[in-house]
Write a protein that binds this ligand. Structure first.
Ligand code: MEV
Length: 439
């Protein structure tokens, strides 16, 4: 039975590992060996990673893959993707090649507005609060000047502050709903610092406001935090081609294929169970690039799914239509991203990924990532409405099973050939490998 520990964070890395191995492992030697095996031999690089978070004991690798041939607004890009799931990079690459030969992807920014809120409780006359807010709005803005100056030089800053009366949903609840432009930064630190200053200013000003009663002067601050729901920080990406160019497979006509894709999207629009999986496939592409470029995939996930449910019903992020013999396929999603600050410049692979992407601005990265999501969805739907996804998945699955069973290169070669005609299962592959080794 493990015992609780105090002062764990003060232990050295070595001591933390030893403690962990003795408390939570039956094979403490091998636990220590595995953890150390993933340390980088470059001690500076290791230290950099150790300092990203707290209580670091090792590194957790994810593969970094490349999906080439993405033609986006006439720029040819190779997209770095960090992801553990097999078939995702292959699917992205297939889609990229397919649309490269059909004019490529077009992407447009629909908005870049970020959001943050100061949540507070005001027990009093809401009309008086509105008057007070009107009077102190310039004071609120000027109180953040020391924080906004350099962002303003880059063309960003606070766009607006609005007082919102939320007492219909929670008694005495009000908020300052603030909108921001943060240019190439994701802006979380900037936004949160501004919000905390606004909270302090409004509280201080209320205390001095002579028209407030004593209770009205005591605004109860609850919290100040950015919102990951950014329905006005949205990008659109699209592809289109004449129906006849949708010659994806020999056994399905282009028009039948186009109709099936349209149907698949219609289903995802009306059936949440399908929509969640449909959008999950999109996020395979989105998250992989978000992660590779050092952005916050949890923020993106939260915001995207909220957006998918913005009209009160969880729907597809993509749309598909056929008009005048042209097939159109598009995606619209909110992406609050940065190409400066945070991990983007300090994680060597994130920095390199951005270099591979030709050092995009945040808006360009939004476009690239929306395209990655659209490409992924096109690949998934193309497989689902034709052969099904297992055919492609099984090839990769077989590779993973063979690695797990420690097959040699020669054995992998023989068994890959053999299983191209047989159903892949762990048992079947293990037996085939055993037979091969015995003969
Ligand atoms: C698997 O990771 C993603 C898919 O399920 C997406 C979809 O069903 O559209 C293939």
């Amino acid at each position: 039975m493990p015992t609780p520990i105090s002062g764990f964070s003060k232990l050295t890395k070595e001591e933390k590992i030893n403690w962990l191995a003795t408390q939570y492992s039956t094979e403490s030697k091998s636990t220590i060996a595995i953890l150390k095996n993933y340390w980088n031999s470059d001690t500076n690089l290791q230290q950099l990673h150790d300092e990203f978070i707290e209580n670091t004991i090792s590194n957790f690798y994810l593969p970094l893959g490349i999906a080439p041939n993405f033609l986006i607004n006439n720029n040819l890009l190779a997209i770095p993707m960090a992801i553990e799931e097999s078939s995702v990079v292959a699917a992205a690459s297939r889609s990229a090649k397919f649309w490269l030969e059909r004019g490529g992807f077009k992407a447009t920014i629909l908005g870049t507005e970020k959001v943050g809120q100061v949540h507070f409780i005001f027990k009093g006359d809401s009309k008086k609060l509105t008057t007070f807010f009107g009077k102190i709005k310039p004071v609120l803005l000027s109180s953040t000047k020391h924080l906004t100056q350099s962002m303003e030089k880059r063309g960003g800053g606070i766009l607006d502050i609005v007082l919102r009366d939320k007492t219909d949903v929670l008694p005495d609840y009000f908020q300052l709903h603030c909108t921001f432009e943060t240019k190439d930064a994701m802006g979380a630190n900037f936004i949160n610092s501004c919000l905390e200053q606004l909270a302090k200013t409004i509280k201080d000003e209320a205390k001095k406001y002579s028209s407030f009663t004593q209770i009205e002067k005591e605004i109860e601050m609850v919290m100040s935090i950015l919102s990951n729901y950014v329905p006005n920080c949205v990008v659109r990406a699209e592809v289109s081609c004449p129906i006849d160019d949708l010659n994806v497979k020999a056994d399905i006509t282009p028009i039948a294929f186009a109709n099936k894709i349209v149907r698949a999207v219609q289903i995802a629009n009306v059936e949440p169970h399908r929509a969640v999986t449909h959008n999950k496939g999109i996020m395979n592409g989105v998250d992989a690039v978000v992660l590779a470029t050092g952005n916050d995939f949890r923020a993106i996930e939260a915001g995207v799914h909220a957006y998918a449910a913005k009209d009160g019903y969880y729907r597809s992020l993509t749309s598909a239509s056929i008009k005048e013999n042209i097939f159109n396929f598009s995606i619209e999603l909110p992406l609050a991203l940065g190409t400066v600050g945070g991990l983007t410049s300090i994680h060597p692979l994130a920095k390199l990924s951005l270099e591979i992407l030709q050092k995009p601005s945040a808006e360009e990265l939004m476009q690239i990532i929306a395209v990655a999501g659209l490409a992924q969805n096109f690949a998934a739907l193309s497989a689902l409405v034709t052969t099904g996804i297992q055919e492609g998945h099984m090839k990769m699955h077989l590779g993973n099973i063979l690695n797990q069973l420690e097959a040699t290169v020669a054995e992998k070669h023989i068994l890959t050939k053999r299983f191209s005609k047989e159903t892949v299962s762990h048992t079947a592959v293990a037996e085939a490998l055993k037979d091969l080794k015995n003969n």
